[in-house]
Design a protein around this ligand. Structure first.
Ligand SMILES: NC(=O)C1=CN([C@@H]2O[C@H](COP(=O)(O)OP(=O)(O)OC[C@H]3O[C@@H](n4cnc5c(N)ncnc54)[C@H](OP(=O)(O)O)[C@@H]3O)[C@@H](O)[C@H]2O)C=CC1
Ligand SMILES: O=C(O)[C@@H]1CCC=N1
Length: 262
């Protein structure tokens, strides 16, 4: 038996895999993976020293199975193996939008858990929303495993859509913001390389200050903003371009899209 099986080792499957090996102390040979993309399988086996096999063996041989295919591929992944699941297994779906109820239509046997991680799980700095199909004595174990990937928030299943729109998709918004900051620096004369480093540290340092100080973001914002100084001129431009409106709408739109995927 393998401790963990992963079906679909794309961006998220690899993030979970790397997190489990580097942060949860699970050894490569205790993990088995499968993917329809054979080049991907080969790469991942070489990179992490995991086992690779077909999906039937992954389902047959794993205690915990992460399902990390795109929502559109759920049927092609689960239909052929639906009769292979066993009562004592745990099936953890990372699929955006796909409800536990839908997964149970394929199989009633394993305990089904839905998570919504994000890519910073690659370095143990993720956010992971989680909903359990039902209460289980395995909950503490699963939560401790997920905590190695980042901060874990247990929520009612319907709120996983919001977590998807906020932290699941959030890294993409943040990377766009960092790139935009850097490009602003380039427009004003810095090299992109230097501007990107400065933008990245500005976001990281601000996030750390917010977290470690426990202060409200508005208090920290006001600490930066001198009367008639530079910052208020910059903030005014963001206000004119509806920055907060744009960010709130992004979370709203992604949340709605997650609901549509079900
Ligand atoms: N990327 C992210 O930041 C996040 C993603 N998610 C969720 O994670 C899931 C995966 O997303 P992501 O990793 O980005 O997607 P990817 O496309 O990068 O990875 C999915 C992998 O699964 C493979 N695959 C498709 N069908 C099957 C099948 N039947 N059996 C085995 N493997 C299959 C794909 O192959 P091929 O490419 O050839 O189709 C691909 O290699 C999605 O459901 C998404 O909602 C959740 C949180 C964050
Ligand atoms: O874009 C997506 O659908 C996935 C879900 C959250 C992040 N990426």
């Amino acid at each position: 038996m393998f401790k963990v099986g992963i079906i679909g080792v794309g961006n998220m499957g690899e993030a979970i895999l790397k997190g489990l090996i580097e942060k949860a102390g699970i050894n490569g040979p205790e993990i088995v993976i499968t993917d329809i993309n054979q080049d991907r399988v080969k790469d991942i086996i070489e990179k992490y020293n995991v086992a690779g096999t077909d999906i039937r063996k992954v389902v047959n041989l794993s205690e915990i199975i992460f399902l990390a295919v795109k929502p559109k591929d759920i049927e092609s992944a689960l239909e052929p193996v639906k009769d292979l699941f066993k009562e004592n297994q745990i099936l953890i779906s990372v699929l955006a939008g796909i409800k536990i109820e839908k997964i149970k239509k394929f199989t009633e046997k394993p305990l089904i858990i839905r998570i919504m991680p994000n890519t910073p799980a690659l370095i143990g700095e993720g956010v992971i929303g989680v909903s359990f199909e039902k209460n289980t004595e395995k909950k503490d174990f699963i939560l401790s495993l997920l905590k190695t990937l980042g901060e874990v928030y247990e929520v009612k299943e319907e709120l996983l859509d919001v977590i998807t729109g906020l932290s699941g998709s959030g890294p993409a918004y943040v990377f766009n913001f960092i790139d935009a900051l850097a490009q602003g620096g380039v427009k004003m004369g810095l090299s992109y390389d230097m501007a990107l480093k400065i933008a990245t540290q500005t976001v990281l340092g601000s996030a750390k200050l917010l977290k470690e100080s426990g202060q409200h973001p508005v208090v920290l914002r006001d600490m930066v903003t001198s009367p008639a100084g530079t910052t208020i001129y910059g903030l005014h431009e963001l206000e004119k371009k509806n920055f907060k409106d744009a960010v709130m709408s992004a979370v709203e739109a992604a949340t709605k899209r997650s609901k549509e995927l079900s």
